[in-house]
Design a protein around this ligand. Sequence first.
Ligand code: ADP
Length: 255
Amino acid sequence: INITITPTGEEKEINIGDVIILRNITLFKELDFAKTNFIATVSHELKTPIASIKLSLQLLQNAKTGAMNEDQNQLVESIKEDSQRLLKITGELLNLSQLETGNIQLNIEKSNPYNIVNYAKEAVKVQADQKQIKLVIDANENLPDVKADSEKTGWVLINYLSNAITYSSEKSTIVIKLKEENNQILFQVIDTGKGIDARYKDKVFDKYFQIPGSRKSGTGLGLAISKEFIEAQNGTIGVESNLGLGSTFWFSLNI
Ligand code: ADP
């Protein structure tokens, strides 16, 4: 600590000592770890019953249990949507806690990019149908394989597609484009939805960030997890967008 004394008008700096603050953060770290583990356990435990609720609702609609009237059907449809949302949130929490505890294990192998994209497209089909949104794959059939964890890469695409559907209007088209470029495969999900203001472009990949005024549900975790997943595979990730015109969320992975 330096202080300046000027009794005679002259300036003098003397050192009267140093202050060192030491704090034992072991306990905080342990608590943080315990919390993350707790979130992992809870989200894992929640996934199974929610998935089973969804399945039972599907069975209920399959008429074997007796046909439902229009109102009952609508109620079941809305519970199904809610359970899908809950599944998404628990999946995100589980992924996040695995990332935070360093529990993430990559299973890198040569994977066909077209297959990953097709799998993701099928996974969001029901959500797209609800808004009569068309999903189109634009890709050359004989693209080389990528070195990727196909499950985690598929998860990122599902998240991109699910967002694109949420922020696009009914009956619009979403294009999933694959392109070979500089020894990499570029994956793009192109929507013509509400777009993103330039000032939020980089922030959308931050944990818990949601654009002010956008939907209230969701966790703001999907894109943050996506970034971690892609960067863990030595890939790059980003978004181009024009407010009001649409967004292109992309990532590229090595061949
Ligand atoms: P969540 O969808 O759970 O809110 P995400 O991390 O997936 O979290 O997305 C963060 C935010 O980025 C969203 O809340 C939304 O405001 C914005 N966003 C994501 N995808 C799109 C998109 N395709 N079009 C417009 N805004 C988007």
